[in-house]
Design a protein around this ligand. Structure first.
Ligand code: PRX
Length: 667
């Protein structure tokens, strides 16, 4: 944790009034999956017994487990280690066997308006065929397969086919650059990449296969040869692609050779399920490893209880992309393991216009809707007159994820989208936690706008001071998880030391989440943002260091410092300060700024594109040479510059702040 990024005290000042609260209506409570608070007591009394019961009751095991938690080698946990299961069978075959084959699993809506309705029987059939196809391409248990896809059903089919074979997937969000993709492919040593020609985004086809080609053409890192033998390409965008002979195969051509007979084999509960990369405090993204039994247990339980899902009647819709953990847990594994029906939408909320989401809710009678505060704030800006044109009366529960939701957005969401009655579950979790950790149970919790409130049953959360002592109600501190939980990150792929250093070094056997939080007078949890060098832009995690390294990788840049500045819509925005190399006086500042914004986008991905790049002559540094990002953040947010006494040169900040103000006024 860096100490120049804002202290817990200053974060605490952001906390809101905890007085306002919305208890569940008697009708909601009466029908809720969890409507007795006894569940919290029972789970707290014996968390392992609670999770063992969930694992037994909610999942189908090929071989029952006898051990629940093995924590003899912390921080490396094992859950249900001697049990065996097949994740794909849990998400598919068992629902068909239980007579639900005709239930719709996915209502797919493409951005151009094309639709597909896929039942559980059909999805099972397609996954079996795909598993046969992947097996004949050489995929076996223990392998890793990279997936770089748009939001289409084949993405889900590909993921489930991989895990059906006991292999692990590493899904790379389709917005990431060739370089980011290649780094991830190399890190997991994937021999197969599954992609599409392209996908629809904002009214046009955004190419994917060409990015895979570029990624595979990049120089081999560290002299290690690339591992990819095959690229399997789904035909979605109809864009021109180059197929490399012997390496590249069209999915639709290959699949015709395979039928839908495939028996799911059981694999140990600690078999890797997926590796998903997330930004950390250093330049290199971390490969977060999740395994099968514990992950599926907690994802299945939280999906059912927090969203109060009735699989026979609800229609769920999570607007995330499958390339993020929210998509993994609450588009793929949670909904399918529960046998729920969901909407999957390929495009953006503003295509062709801002009515698109509401039109889909009306069309598919969505009853449970899960999105991010940044999207809600964008919709608020557009105005309530847009959603008011649609019949949203099917909605009975709303969810929020990815960043703190400000009370104003919470109230708008409930009033305008939820007809002033739908409960909102504000769910806090992380790529590392795998599943929800802190969230209301909608039949039990009196909701407070802006607070995630309470740990899930069987999860022990605390807010502690820097020495690890629990803080009193009314105080702020650092969020920790006190006991291992089933869906916890098992390791950083290939780097156990980094796993220990990042999460366990600070507090020993307590997991350090990197989030600041405050307990209100009732002991409810209010999240206050990250306390490390991680930014949260539109609910996506970005590392300041990673963007700084991309910037200094540009030939014109001598030094760079990046901060996450408050942004009305995206929560935070990337703001960069750069010093150009002396011989760069030939390009104008405006040109440099433009060029550097694109440079970051092409090196990491469009999500990392800085909102502002300021060319400056100096960066504020302490006498020991440490960049004081806290001061840059003050400037970027238009605040009075904080204490500059530790700066080597106190004038530097004045110049920077003048520069930022001048630009703001010029706009
Ligand atoms: O800072 C927290 C914030 O998002 C971080 C995790 O990001 P990621 O791994 O990308 O996963 C996002 C989706 C689960 C956390 O450390 N965060 C996530 N949900 C919330 C949140 N902050 C406040 N309230 C939330 N509900």
């Amino acid at each position: 944790m860096s100490d120049d990024h804002g202290t817990i005290e200053s974060l605490s000042a952001l906390a809101h009034d905890a007085g306002e609260s919305y208890p569940p209506s008697p009708e909601f409570r009466a029908q809720a999956n969890q409507n007795s608070s006894e569940i919290y007591l029972r789970a707290a009394a014996d968390p392992e017994a609670y999770w063992a019961e969930q694992a037994q009751n909610r999942l189908t095991w090929k071989k029952p487990f006898t051990e629940v938690l093995d924590w003899t080698n912390p921080p490396f946990a094992k859950w249900f280690a001697d049990g065996e299961l097949n994740v794909a069978e849990n998400c598919l075959d068992r629902h068909v066997a239980n007579g639900h084959g005709d239930r719709v699993a996915i209502h797919f809506e493409g951005e151009p308006g094309d639709t597909r309705t896929i039942t559980y029987a059909e999805l099972t059939h397609e996954v079996k065929r795909a598993a046969n196809m992947l097996a004949s391409l050489g995929v076996t248990a223990g392998d890793r397969v990279a997936i770089y896809m748009p939001m289409i059903p084949e993405t889900v089919i590909a993921m489930l086919a991989v895990v059906r074979l006991g292999a692990a997937h590493s899904v790379v969000f389709g917005g990431f650059s060739a370089e980011s993709l290649r780094a991830r492919i190399d890190d997991v040593e994937a021999e197969l990449v599954i992609t599409a020609d392209g996908g629809y985004r904002k009214g046009r086809v955004s190419p994917l296969k060409p990015v895979v080609d570029q990624a595979l053409e990049l120089d081999d890192a560290d002299g290690k040869p690339g591992t990819v033998k095959h690229v399997l390409v789904v035909n979605r965008g109809g864009n021109e692609v180059n197929m490399v002979d012997g390496r590249d195969l069209w999915w639709h051509e290959e699949i015709t050779a395979y039928d839908g007979e495939h028996t799911a084999q059981g694999f140990p509960a600690e078999n890797p399920l997926f590796i998903l990369y997330t930004s950390g405090t250093t330049g290199k993204p971390k490969g977060i490893l999740h395994t099968t039994g514990g992950y599926l247990t907690q994802v299945t339980t939280t999906f059912s209880d927090v969203f109060d899902i009735k699989p026979e009647s609800d229609v769920f819709w999570c607007t995330a992309d499958v390339g993020w953990v929210t998509g993994h847990s609450y588009i793929v594994y949670g909904p399918l393991s529960n046998g729920a029906t969901q909407v999957m939408y390929e495009g953006t909320p503003d295509t062709p216009d801002w009515g698109r989401w509401w039109q889909l809710i009306e069309k598919y009678k969505v009853s449970i809707f899960y999105t991010a505060p940044t999207a809600i704030r964008s919709c608020m800006k557009v105005g309530r007159q847009v959603p008011e044109q649609y019949d949203l009366s099917s909605l009975r529960l709303l969810g929020s994820v990815g960043e703190p939701i400000n009370p104003e957005a919470w109230r708008w969401y409930r009033d305008v989208i939820g007809a002033a009655k739908a409960p909102i579950v504000d769910t806090w979790w992380q790529t590392e936690t795998g599943a929800m950790m802190v969230a209301p149970l909608p039949g039990l919790t009196s909701l407070k706008p802006g607070s995630s409130q309470i740990a899930q049953p069987g999860i022990s959360i605390a807010v502690v001071d820097d020495d690890g002592n629990p803080v009193e109600n009314g105080q702020g501190g650092l969020l920790v998880v006190e006991r291992p939980w089933p869906s916890m990150v098992r390791n950083v792929w290939g780097d156990p030391q980094r796993f220990i250093d990042t999460y366990w070094d600070k507090f020993g056997d307590k997991y350090f989440a990197g989030d600041g939080a405050r307990l209100d007078e009732d002991g409810d949890i209010w999240f206050l943002g990250r306390v490390d060098d991680v930014m949260n832009v539109s609910g996506h995690r970005l590392s300041t260091t990673e963007i700084e390294s991309a910037l200094v990788g540009h030939h014109a840049v001598a030094e760079a410092a990046v901060v996450g500045a408050d942004d009305e819509t995206t929560g935070q925005a990337v703001v960069a300060f750069v010093i150009l190399k002396s011989q760069q006086h030939l390009i104008t500042e405006a040109e440099a700024e433009q060029e550097l914004r694109s440079h970051v986008a092409s090196h990491i991905g469009a999500i990392a594109r800085p909102r502002n790049v300021y060319v400056v002559n100096e960066l504020p540094k302490t006498r020991s040479g440490k960049i004081m990002r806290r001061l840059l953040k003050d400037a970027a947010e238009g605040r009075k510059i904080g204490d500059t006494t530790t700066l080597a040169d106190t004038m530097v900040m004045q110049l920077i702040s003048d520069r930022v103000v001048a630009e703001r006024e010029a706009k």
